[in-house]
Design a protein around this ligand. Structure first.
Ligand code: NAP
Length: 251
């Protein structure tokens, strides 16, 4: 009798840290739902690469800033893969470098809607499916936060740092809320990781500029963050909940 494969959703899984997490999870035997916002080509190419390597994956378009998209996405996963076992709340955005006294309300609303509310709504849908009090069989959630929550992002993006601070509090609270229902909730806080997020915030040279301030003198790779996420999802972390694992090269 074959053992049922665990089902994992990675939000923002088409590129960067999410893509490395999806790749590693598929290799570890998860069936992986890969959510993306607009870069269909990247998500589809990743699904093909996973399938060619013998894994199972599915690309799902959906804006994590939209409650309707989130609900539709979870329903698609229910139909395609069955009940969810694991969620990685990875989708996140930055914005152009700005001081707080220059930030518009629209900017703040977008940042908080995607980075905080989106993660909380995805966790809500995951808990409804995983919690033993809802008839589920338990599961694991990893929220992707940032070392920015501790540093504050002054002169660059305090709003982003604050959104990740909210994720840290959310991780502690949700972990305690569902600890008796078979669900573990943890966070990973990357430092500076070499992805396209820096260019999306108008700073393509950010990794090269900032790496000298990292005790290890280099940026992290997406694979190094993915390895931490996969460990927190795994049974090896069975007594770990409410933790925040920094992957920042000592920063
Ligand atoms: P990235 O390379 O820019 O990739 C972001 C991914 O998120 C893409 O797949 C993108 O989809 C998706 N996404 C963006 N907005 C979305 C939305 N509204 N709905 C659904 N998906 C959305 O970013 P990354 O560097 O891998 O960052 C991933 C996470 O790590 C974020 O939460 C970020 O804050 C955190 N982080 C990153 C660093 C770093 O230095 N890179 C450091 C600390 C924390 P498309 O492909 O469709 O555009």
């Amino acid at each position: 009798m074959s053992v049922a494969k665990k089902v994992l959703l990675v939000t923002g899984g088409g590129r960067g840290i999410g893509a490395a997490t999806a790749r590693l999870a598929a290799k570890a035997g998860y069936r992986v739902a890969i959510n993306y916002a607009s870069n269909e080509a990247a998500a589809t190419a990743l699904v093909e690469a996973i399938e060619q390597a013998g894994g199972e994956a599915l690309a799902i378009k959906g804006d994590i800033g939209s409650e309707a998209d989130i609900q539709a996405m979870f329903e698609s996963i229910d139909h395609a893969f069955g009940p969810l076992d694991a969620l990685v709340n990875n989708a996140g955005v930055v914005d152009q470098r700005a001081r707080v006294d220059e930030m518009s309300g629209a900017r703040l609303e977008r940042m908080m809607r995607i980075n905080i509310i989106g993660s909380m709504l995805c966790a809500r849908e995951a808990v409804k499916r995983m919690s033993t009090s809802h008839g589920g069989k338990g599961g694991a959630i990893v929220n992707v936060s940032s070392i920015a929550a501790r540093i504050g992002g002054p002169g660059e993006y305090v709003d982003y740092a604050a959104s990740k601070g909210a994720i840290d509090s959310f991780t502690i609270g949700l972990a305690r809320e569902v600890a008796g229902e078979g669900i573990r909730v943890n966070a990973v806080s990357p430092g500076i990781v070499d992805t396209e997020i820096h260019a999306s915030g108008g700073q393509p040279d950010r990794v090269e500029r900032m790496r000298h301030g990292v005790p290890m003198q280099r940026a992290g790779t997406t694979e190094e963050v993915a390895a931490a996420i996969l460990w927190l999802l795994s049974d090896g972390a069975s007594y770990t909940t409410g933790a925040n694992l920094e992957v920042g090269g000592g920063r």
